[in-house]
Write a protein that binds this ligand. Sequence first.
Ligand code: ATP
Length: 314
Amino acid sequence: MIEAKQLTKFFGDHKAVDEVSFTVEKGEILGFLGPNAAGKSTTMRMLTGYLPPSAGAAAIGGCDIVADSLNARRKMGYLPENAPVYEDMTVTGFLQFIARIRGLSGREADDAVERTIGKCFLEGVRHQMVGTLSKGFNQRVCFAQSILHDPEYLILDEPTDGLDPNQKHEVRSMIREMGRNKAIILSTHILEEVDAVCTRAIIIANGVIQADDTPKGLRARSEKDGSLVARFTVPEGSDPIPGLEGVDGVVKTEVMEQDGRKMLVRVFPVKKGDGLAVRIAGFAADQGLALESLIEETGRLDEVFRAITIKQES
Ligand SMILES: Nc1ncnc2c1ncn2[C@@H]1O[C@H](COP(=O)(O)OP(=O)(O)OP(=O)(O)O)[C@@H](O)[C@H]1O
């Protein structure tokens, strides 16, 4: 388990992280979201032992990151933001170096390097100097060093940053696969990554956790989650809105588009999933409205993210 217990970090007078607590179990992939300067990287640096906390504590697999730092770090892989790599080594040479640092030697080191080169799609650049790699390949080499020793715990600061869409897809698949038996934390600004990869997400703003939930649970916080969007053609001169608002279980409606007799209306239910769609279809039939489509919407993470983080900024 990765455990953060009231982690706090001051830079001078500025409190960058404020009593952040959470746990991540094996089998979980936690997305760490937040606006710029929210405190994501600082929290990750404290979890990995790169920055001492001003207060609070962190443990990796039961090893305190300060009191038992070496054991804690042995158990984890860390991909830092703007990860530094040795530019004058070849990709294979760099990974061999990391293998030795991780205590591997001989056949074991060779196997780990080969496995990682394969996993991270580095075959084509294995003999290239790290300093001459493109940004995306550089990122992949950094990612490779974090997983080379097959750690139980992974902390990844923006792991798909700088990758092209195909590689983003591959890296996400790899993280999902590794998440089956590892505990993983990854920070990202890409909200679709949360849906694609994470089993849970924390939204942090101003150093404080604002939400800790499953992607589905976060989407459900959107006002639009469970609303019904109806497209229909109304009879000449009729206004269906008052009648629609009178349908049992409707809170309110919102006309999204109107073009002559064609209307697109969002209907907000009192209670999600209580069969309102059937009642709306019945209402449309009774009133002679030609119902072309009726779709139940799921909430959008970007709306929830904005609602949570903008509220914090104001
Ligand atoms: N070494 C440092 N010295 C002083 N202030 C720092 C230091 N590191 C981070 N900060 C400040 O702490 C706050 C949180 O920074 P952090 O890098 O953790 O944010 P972040 O959420 O990772 O942001 P981003 O999404 O932009 O990467 C910011 O105000 C930043 O300027």
